[in-house]
Design a protein around this ligand. Structure first.
Ligand code: NAI
Length: 428
């Protein structure tokens, strides 16, 4: 049991009602998650996770909850907390906490101290597997609970920023157990980062502000997987897209896609809506705020709230006020108002009405998480400490389940084609 932070049910005035509402959200999501449904059926029958304790730090909302429940129904004890102070849905967290084998410590709006205490509460369950979104769990295990490392078979990491941090840790020789880079596998990155971030960030910005993208200049900071999605979907809603980049090939890709590519200093003067997707810090700073138009919208879709420098914006502002739910207006000395959404945290998950990625997309990402956990249980001792790609056959397995559920048929290689593709002797 926890020594630190209490499970969510103890933070809520009416946990029973919250549980019912959370369950309703989970049921809706599950209806549209054929991959998790199929895996749940086989895991419930086979109990592959019996005896395992899974520690998770993820965005606690309905889709994630179905992954959590699948792991518990497959025999694991699961302890979970949020990976962002604003992305938790308390009702879903309460529904999870009502499950016999799940303890959820995730509470929306937790302060910094509570956030880390909740992580410690999760770790106090003595995990054998960690599942992270951003790497905070791996970090706290290594820094504060190194004695657990011997009994942890491995972990799985959901997002780009988490994988970057893990690779940096691995390069220093500091990562002491194997972790799958779930983010980097095709079934995750080509769908979740591109379509998921594109659709849900723009939908959340539109719903939070009740404003349109049509005819506006939408500045996308970073043209990686997420940036491509945001740019494409914004263009699809008749915005003029401007891309900023620091990597020449990515800048060229954006240029060839027909977008304007500009340094942020120039884009800052032109933009009506800004969406940062770099995973880097200080992408929008003081010198950019100084030249922005009145009424601009500033949103971040990257993992941490460091892409828009809010300390500098705060210093420049003569006044700040909540213009709408989830929109903080910063008034400049010359009267311009710059509107920051969701406190600069990842907008599609942290805005008050945010729902995160579409359900279908997360079915794929969490399908990969589920088969990675199964792989760790079955073959964890075959992986050395460090960051590992998701084995290709697991990625294909999840794609095949999805295609079958969608009723999509596709071709297979003939024996001759297979032989041809595998040989080097055929020339002109
Ligand atoms: P990526 O590595 O594919 O793309 C990032 C791009 O930003 C790169 O092309 C890089 O050159 C560029 N960049 C870096 N610093 C820059 C700067 N100062 N100015 C302009 N461009 C810069 O990464 P990906 O997969 O697109 O992820 C980006 C971020 O989004 C990460 O923090 C990731 O964790 C997060 N993420 C958020 C999701 C959400 O639901 N909001 C979902 C998936 C990922």
């Amino acid at each position: 049991m926890s020594e630190h932070y209490a499970p969510v049910s103890e933070h809520l005035s009416d946990p029973a009602t919250a549980r019912r509402e959370g369950r309703r959200k989970m049921d809706w999501a599950l209806q549209h998650m054929p991959i998790l449904q199929e895996l749940r059926e086989s895991f419930t029958a086979e109990q592959p996770f019996e005896g395992e304790v899974i520690a998770m730090a993820m965005h606690v909302e309905a889709k994630t909850a179905n992954l959590v429940e699948l792991l518990a129904d497959g025999g694991a004890e699961v302890a979970i907390t949020g990976c962002n102070p604003l992305s938790t849905h308390d009702d879903v967290s309460a529904a999870l906490d009502g499950h016999d084998r799940i303890t959820s410590y995730a509470v929306r709006g937790v302060d910094d101290e509570g956030y880390y205490e909740a992580l410690r509460s999760v770790v106090s369950h003595d995990p054998t597997i960690t599942v992270d979104d951003g790497m905070d769990m791996v970090k706290i295990v290594h820094e504060e609970y190194p004695e657990l490392i011997d009994t942890i078979v491995g972990g799985a990491e959901e997002t780009t920023t988490g994988v970057h941090r893990l690779r940096a840790m691995d390069e220093e020789g500091a990562l002491e157990y194997p972790v799958f880079a779930v983010n980097d596998t095709p079934m995750k990155r080509l769908f979740d980062n591109v379509h998921g971030t594109g659709e849900s960030s723009l939908a959340t910005i539109a719903m939070t502000t009740n404003l349109s993208f049509a005819g506006k200049n939408v500045v996308v900071g970073g043209y990686g997987y997420c940036g491509k999605g945001v740019a494409k979907k914004a263009a699809g809603q008749n915005a003029n897209v401007i891309v900023t980049e620091v990597e020449p090939r990515r800048a060229l890709e954006a240029h060839m896609e027909g977008y304007d590519v500009l340094p942020m200093q120039e884009a800052a003067e032109k933009g009506d809506v800004f969406v940062t997707t770099t995973g880097n810090r200080d992408v929008i700073t003081e010198e950019h705020f100084e030249v922005m138009k009145d009424g601009v919208l500033l949103a971040n879709a990257g993992h941490f709230d460091v892409e828009i420098n809010l300390d500098q914006l705060e210093d420049l502002a003569v006044d700040t006020y909540e213009a709408r739910d989830g929109v903080e207006a910063y008034e400049m000395p010359d009267g311009r108002r710059l509107n920051v959404l969701a406190e600069g945290r990842l907008v599609n998950l942290a805005a008050p009405i945010a729902l995160g990625h579409p359900v279908e997309v997360m079915d794929q990402s969490f399908g990969i998480q589920a088969v990675c956990v199964r792989e760790l249980v079955e073959r964890g001792d075959e992986y050395e400490a460090g960051v590992h790609d998701v084995p290709d056959e697991l990625d294909r397995e999840v794609a095949e389940i999805k295609l079958a559920a969608e009723g999509v048929e596709y071709d297979d290689l003939s024996a001759e084609q297979r032989e041809y593709m595998g040989s080097w002797e055929h020339g002109t």
